[in-house]
Ligand binder design. Sequence first.
Ligand code: DOR
Ligand code: ZN
Length: 344
Amino acid sequence: MDQLSIIQPDDWHLHLRDDEALKTTVPAAARGFGRGIIMPNLTPPTTTVARAAAYRERILAQRPKNSNWQPLMVLYLTDNTSPDEIRAAKECGFIYGCKYYPAGATTNSDSGVTDLNKLHEVLETMQEVGMVLQLHGEVTSDDTDIFDREAVFIERHLRSLVQHYPRLNIIFEHITTQQAVDFVLSGGDNIAATITPQHLLYNRNHMLVGGIRPHLFCLPILKRDIHQQALIAAATSGNKKFFLGTDSAPHIQGRKESACGCAGCFSHHAAIELYAEVFDQAGALDKLEVFASKNGPDFYSLPYSSHSILLKREPWQLPMAVAFDNSQLIPLAAGTTLNWKLSL
Ligand code: DOR
Ligand code: ZN
């Protein structure tokens, strides 16, 4: 097979940043995708409907001409989010989820939630109005090893959360472990997960053996090979609970190649092709469409795209760098050769 036509995919988890950065990130996010779930971890974070509306306008101002790409906005939950804000978010028509960051878990998460118990009324309201909860599922306690933070989150918080709110639609974002795959599989139809290209393509050896590769550092951190294999099996299974979410998260080169480098991988230079590579290697190209273009809309109760995209088997070399925010960033798999290319 040398060509693959699929329904236009969507990206159910991405970071655009703001202002000047949008000139790069918005066209990149629209490359091949129909819609994108826009993460709200700005400074200050997108905690209100009014902020989300203004951010959406700044994003749309950078959308390429003739593009129908749609930003789907997200509210950032804090200890002080009110049930009224959740109702307003549901009613506004452009907010599709609320993001839970444990305070301190990752980039711009300082205003995140310090204790899930403080969110009781908010979560009740989300369940009642049918608002999706997008979870960064890691504990942040100092006593927990960074490689165990996702697995511990499941046992310490997620099992009881699902029990307390059995009808709440929950997306376990950017899962990285066998335990997360098993948890999602054991849950009801209201529990799903997104999977990034970096967690499918790499494990922690790729990041750390033979030298430290800061451009593979993201959160949750890459785990060992057995977890990578579990994620590949889940993504390529065709199971409706798993879908595409790149977590494309740009940081300029100097902020990554640093004594204290930022977490995040930029993948919108070649996102759908990076996934195609994984599915091809797994002998599962026939499952790419359901993962990239159907399972996400089904979970969010949205229609599939009426457009399609064409991928061609055509080796091409990824750029070594991408211009970004008056500087440059090093994209995921920079300089490597991919076998599949999006026909634009
Ligand atoms: O690696 C990451 N980068 N993980 C996150 O959760 C946030 C993201 C970012 O915003 O840079
Ligand atoms: Zn993210």
